[in-house]
Design a protein around this ligand. Structure first.
Ligand code: TGC
Ligand code: FAD
Length: 392
């Protein structure tokens, strides 16, 4: 049985850059995770079971939409607080952070940013409290990295529209009451629609057989002539910049989250290296193990500073999408590398559920692909620095 012995690592005294409120928020989420998520996560991941009971608790702990204003049920907190929360959740499991990322950045954010006042008041408080779970439908079976080519569409039918199409790889879908869905109108313009469970012709079949994010539920969204009232269309955005704007918020959270997964793997490897004796001494006493550990903490420290700085820029509304891409790409790659090295340090024990390493490693294979693949983020940086588009 996996026991959570995690201790935080702060090699460059980054805590001095945080406010007392930041530290309080981070510590309360860390405690919550240790008490309520760590004890059940391994079993849920092994059984590929979504811990549905945690949705309400995540809401109560303020993990859903922490930057959304308090009057809509959010936390009214800053971007660094949001980042620290995602770091603590993913420190335990990327799937739990996924649930919170989707709810906060991909469902509440668009309803708050692009929605009408009625939509904000109807949906945000229930999503913030965890009474409702939401999902975000952008990816389609034939349109992943290139969402602008989507074929899901709707046609005007008086006081409602008729929605047809399908979305694939949708986190939270099988348990969601609400889906923010991106679809084209008859003029070929992309708009966001709020589709609610129970609307006729709307189904959410679960995707089975994943070796990654096993404690997160993934599914499809299928729309077969679904009647969506016009009042459920997000009125204040048109075009691909709508969903991409949401992704900027979620990718920022992932940059912090991946750092959490890396810290957990490093912490476990460091402890193991001091306890495990081979050839008459702790394996941490061998130069090759020290090289691994020293490189891990160096990369983690660089990422901590990068991510904190991005948070400051985001608080000042100065973070560019390309800066966010750089942090998401860097931190997920770093976390994968740390997980792989940590797995080596744990020897055979590293493949078991007694340690979190293998679970993190498998989870991170999704994180490196969703919200824009590793190479897509590289091309975003490439385009930003050269001014030349290499996607097409
Ligand atoms: P492009 O012409 O570059 O852009 C279209 C419009 O969007 C604007 N824009 C952004 N706006 C806000 N934030 C961003 N990050 C933005 N990036 C671009 C852009 O300025 C333009 O605006 P306008 O006013 O000129 O119309 O679009 P493109 O078709 O060439 O595509 C560019 C590309 C490839 C970078 C983009 O499509 C992309 O990022 N592809 C990756 C797709 C992706 O990330 N999918 C994620 C699906 S959701 C998900 O994975 C959730 S996982 C959740 C979990 O479980 O945690
Ligand atoms: P593709 O786009 O087919 O890419 C395949 C390969 O081709 C990649 O290596 C890619 O980098 C490369 N490639 C593509 N285009 C180029 C190019 N121009 N230049 C160079 N290389 C290129 N989506 C949602 O909308 N909502 C969700 O909640 C959601 N949750 C997810 C949960 C999980 C567990 C997973 C695995 C995915 C989820 N996704 C979600 C989908 C995710 O965003 C997509 O998988 C991702 O955007 C990549 O799309 P794709 O899988 O179709 O790969």
């Amino acid at each position: 049985m996996y026991t959570d012995k995690f201790q935080y690592h702060d090699y460059y005294l980054m805590d001095e850059l945080l406010t007392d409120e930041h530290k309080l928020i981070r510590d309360s989420i860390r405690q919550f995770v240790k008490a309520e998520i760590s004890p059940i996560i391994e079993e849920h991941a092994q059984q590929a079971k979504f811990p549905q009971h945690l949705v309400k608790r995540l809401g109560e702990m303020g993990c859903f939409g922490p930057t959304i204003p308090v009057e809509y049920g959010g936390g009214g907190l800053d971007q660094i607080s949001y980042g620290l929360m995602m770091m603590e959740l993913e420190r335990c499991d990327s799937g739990i952070r996924s649930t919170a990322s989707v709810q906060g950045s991909l469902v509440m954010y668009p309803i708050y940013t692009y929605g009408s006042e009625e939509q904000r008041r109807k949906f945000l408080p229930k999503l913030a409290s965890g009474e409702w779970l939401g999902c975000f439908g952008l990816t389609e079976p034939n349109h992943g990295s290139d969402p602008g080519s989507m074929v899901t569409n709707y046609k005007d039918a008086g006081d409602h529209v008729i929605l047809n199409g399908a979305k694939m790889w949708i986190s939270n879908a099988p348990f969601a009451q609400v889906a923010v869905v991106w679809a084209k109108n008859e003029a070929g313009e992309i708009h966001g629609l709020i589709v609610e469970r129970g609307m006729e012709g709307f189904t959410t079949p679960e995707t089975h057989g994943k070796w990654s994010l096993r404690a997160s539920a993934t599914g499809e969204l299928v729309f077969d002539n679904v009647k969506v009232p016009k009042e459920n269309i997000l009125p204040n955005v048109k075009g691909l910049k709508g969903p991409l704007g949401c992704l900027s918020s979620a990718r920022y959270g992932i940059a912090w989250g991946a750092l959490g997964a890396a810290l957990d793997c490093y912490d476990s490897a460091l402890r193991y290296s001091k306890e495990r004796i081979q050839f008459g001494k702790p394996i941490g006493g061998f130069q090759l193990t020290q090289k691994k550990l020293a490189e891990m903490i160096t990369e983690i420290t660089k990422a901590q500073l990068l991510t904190w700085r991005l948070g400051v820029l985001k608080n000042e509304n100065r973070a560019t999408p390309a800066q966010i891409s750089m942090a998401k790409r860097n931190n997920v790659e770093l976390a994968l590398n740390v997980a792989r090295e940590a797995r080596q340090i744990h020897g055979g024990m590293g493949i078991t559920g007694e340690y979190s390493i293998m679970r993190h490693m498998m989870n991170l294979e999704s994180v490196v692909t969703y919200e824009g693949t590793h190479d897509i983020h590289l091309l975003i940086t490439g385009m930003d620095v050269t001014g030349i588009n290499a996607f097409k």
